[in-house]
Design a protein around this ligand. Structure first.
Ligand SMILES: [Zn+2]
Length: 273
């Protein structure tokens, strides 16, 4: 029995400037340090999530250094406008396709729509969301979906790509969204947001989702669960997400570890532990 963090972002160059710490950065927040703490906490497998073409070599290096870390590749919704300026769609496809052929690339993500921060880049977001769903189908890889204030459009696009498997990451909690994506065969992944007292809608939805469709994640370095709220998040904290779900479902933490790990390995079937 072990826990899986199905979604984390290693603290590589993209985030380094955010980490204002008097501690030595590498020894506290470097990938080696967070993977070691996760392993000590019985988190036996971690999925490092790509967000831009630039992170491909860096995440590749992380997976090569750590047998229990796998990764996905993608252009995130909030990176869509920038990438459409810098690259042609053919170039984006070719770079992602090459990265998909690596043994430790086990999915396409995170991809999707974000109208909270970037309504004005809807067109580019839509273009790259569709492009990457097609890529996932061709490569026979599952997708990791990011959807923020864009439920209707997300569902409509996913319906056009029926047959693509995947997970809605950092699920926001709306029951009607859960119903629709469950109908499409998707998994739902829960972050530390479920531990926040005010988040009763998400807590109720967790009880509604069938157990064979639930995954757990940290989405670190952000969104630390209680009792670490306000600090940097890391994969070892996924245990606190499992603990809260266990409490909501009235089952043991081990049971949550068992079914969420089983679901994860079923979805990301390229992983061979
Ligand atoms: Zn993420």
């Amino acid at each position: 029995m072990f826990f899986v963090d199905s979604h984390f972002h290693p603290v590589y160059s993209r985030f380094k400037d955010l980490f204002k710490t008097k501690d030595d950065f590498e020894s506290v927040y470097g990938v080696d340090a967070i993977v070691k703490r996760a392993t000590d906490a019985n988190v036996g497998c971690m999925l490092a999530i790509g967000v831009e073409l630039n992170d491909i070599p860096e995440l590749q290096a992380v997976t090569e250094a750590h047998p229990q870390v796998f990764r996905t590749v993608a252009v995130h919704a909030l990176e869509a406008a920038k990438h459409c300026e810098q690259y042609t769609t053919d170039e984006i496809s070719e770079i992602l396709e090459n990265a998909c052929s690596h043994a430790k690339t086990v999915g396409v993500g995170e991809i999707g729509l974000d109208y909270h921060y970037e309504k004005e880049s809807r067109k580019q977001q839509d273009l790259l969301f569709n492009l990457q769903l097609n890529l996932a189908r061709e490569q026979n890889l599952p997708v990791v979906i990011h959807s923020r204030e864009a439920i209707d459009d997300t569902v409509a696009i996913l319906k056009n790509h029926s047959g693509v498997r995947g997970v809605i990451h950092c699920f926001s909690g709306e029951k009607h969204f859960a119903e629709k994506v469950l109908d499409l065969g998707f998994f739902i992944s829960i972050t530390g947001a479920v531990t926040f007292k005010k988040n009763t809608e998400l807590q109720e939805t967790v009880k509604y989702v069938p157990r064979d469709r639930l995954l757990i994640e940290t989405d670190s370095p952000f969104l630390a669960p209680i009792p670490f709220r306000g600090n940097w998040n890391e994969p070892s904290f996924v245990v606190y997400v499992a603990r809260k779900i266990a409490e909501l479902l009235n089952v043991s933490e081990e049971e949550v570890a068992r079914f969420s790990t089983e679901n994860f390995l079923q979805l990301f079937s390229k992983i061979n532990l």
